[in-house]
Ligand binder design. Structure first.
Ligand code: NAP
Length: 265
C-alpha cells in the first residue's frame, strides 16, 4: 500500500516536534504514513504547496493558521467559529479544515482546579481558539496584547481587552502566554513591570511554547505559581489531529498512548 504523506507548515518550523509524534504513532499503530516539515514563507501559497506535495493531511503552525482557514474548501466544527485552522485533511481533492488547539489546551489544564478568571496574553490565532473555548466552558476571559489592532476581534466578541498601557493589576486564576515571545528569542510577552505584579496575584501560569523554559515560564516559577509549558497542549492537539489523519481507525486512547511515548525521545 502506498504511504500517505503528511506535513507541518510553518515559519519557523524546524523546532516542531510534530513529525516525531505523528511518525511514532504511525509506526506503533502500523499505519502506512510519513510526516515531515515544510517551511512556508507565503501563507497564500499554502493550498498550492499542500497539493504539490501530494499530502493527505497537514498541521499548520505560526504564522499561517488564519491563511489555512482561508485556503480551505470547507471548514468544520469549532474552527468555523474562530476562523483559525491548525489541521488540514485532503478529502477527495477538497481541503477540509479543523482546529484541535483549543481542546488540546483544555486537556492540558484539566489538573488546574477551580479556574474562573483567565488572562490570555496575545491576540493571534491561538489566543482566539483558547478565548472562545474558555468562554464556551463558562470562564471569565480577559485578553492582553502589545498592540491594539488584533484586539478588535476580541472586543467585538465581548471579551475584556487590554494593551500594556491599559491593563489593570487584577488577580487571575490562570495567566496563559499565547504569544511567540520566547519561541526563538529571549523576550517576555509583556513588560516585566506589568507581569511581576500580575503574576504575584495569580495562581497558575501556562505557556503554549514547549521544549524550552521561556522567560515567561521562568518568571512564573520565580513568583511561585504552579505552571506548565505547552507540551501537554501539544500532545492533546496532536492526538486529535492524528485521529483525523488516520480517519477514525484507532481510538483516542490508542493514539494518545503511542504519541506519549514519543515525548520520551
Ligand atoms: N503547544 C502547542 O501545541 C501549540 C499550539 C498552537 C500554538 N503554539 C504556539 O503558540 C504561539 C503563537 O502562535 P499563533 O499561531 O497564535 O501566532 P500568531 O497568530 O502569529 O499570534 C502571535 C501573537 O503574539 C504576539 N507577539 C509576537 N511576538 C511578541 C513579542 N515579542 N512580545 C509580545 N507579543 C508578541 C502578537 O502580537 P501583535 O498582535 O502585537 O502582533 C500576536 O498577538 C507560537 O509560539 C506557537 O508555536 C503552541
Amino acid at each position: 500500500m502506498e504511504k500517505q504523506l503528511f506535513a507541518i507548515f510553518g515559519n519557523p518550523v524546524q523546532h516542531s516536534r510534530s513529525p516525531l509524534m505523528h511518525n511514532h504513532v504511525f509506526k506503533k499503530l502500523h499505519f502506512s504514513g510519513c510526516y515531515s516539515r515544510i517551511l512556508l514563507q507565503d501563507g497564500s501559497r499554502l493550498k498550492e504547496s499542500f497539493f504539490a506535495h501530494r499530502l493527505s493531511g497537514a498541521n499548520i503552525t505560526v504564522p499561517h493558521k488564519e491563511a489555512a482557514f482561508k485556503a480551505c474548501d470547507e471548514v468544520r466544527g469549532f474552527a468555523k467559529e474562530i476562523g483559525v485552522v491548525n489541521t488540514l485533511i485532503n478529502e477527495k481533492g477538497r481541503l477540509i479544515g479543523y482546529n484541535t488547539d483549543a481542546d488540546g489546551f483544555l486537556f492540558a489544564v484539566k489538573e488546574f482546579d477551580a479556574l474562573k478568571d483567565i488572562l490570555i496574553i496575545g491576540a493571534g490565532g491561538t489566543a482566539k481558539a483558547l478565548a472562545r473555548k474558555f468562554k464556551a466552558e463558562g470562564y471569565e476571559v480577559h485578553v492582553l496584547n502589545r498592540s491594539a489592532p488584533n484586539l478588535i476581534y476580541f472586543k467585538e466578541a465581548g471579551f475584556e481587552t487590554y494593551t500594556w498601557e491599559t491593563c489593570p493589576i487584577s488577580a487571575y486564576d490562570l495567566i496563559v502566554n499565547t504569544t511567540s515571545a520566547g519561541l526563538s528569542d529571549d523576550a517576555l510577552p509583556a513588560p516585566l513591570a506589568l507581569l511581576e505584579p500580575l503574576l504575584k496575584k495569580s495562581r497558575y501560569g501556562a505557556d503554549v511554547i514547549y521544549g524550552k523554559e521561556t522567560p515567561f515560564l521562568r518568571l512564573c516559577k520565580q513568583k511561585q505559581l504552579t505552571c506548565k509549558d505547552g507540551a501537554d497542549m501539544l500532545l492533546g492537539q496532536g492526538v486529535l489531529a492524528n485521529a483525523y489523519f488516520t480517519d477514525g481507525k484507532y481510538t483516542l486512547e490508542e493514539i494518545q498512548r503511542a504519541m506519549k511515548e514519543s515525548f520520551l525521545f
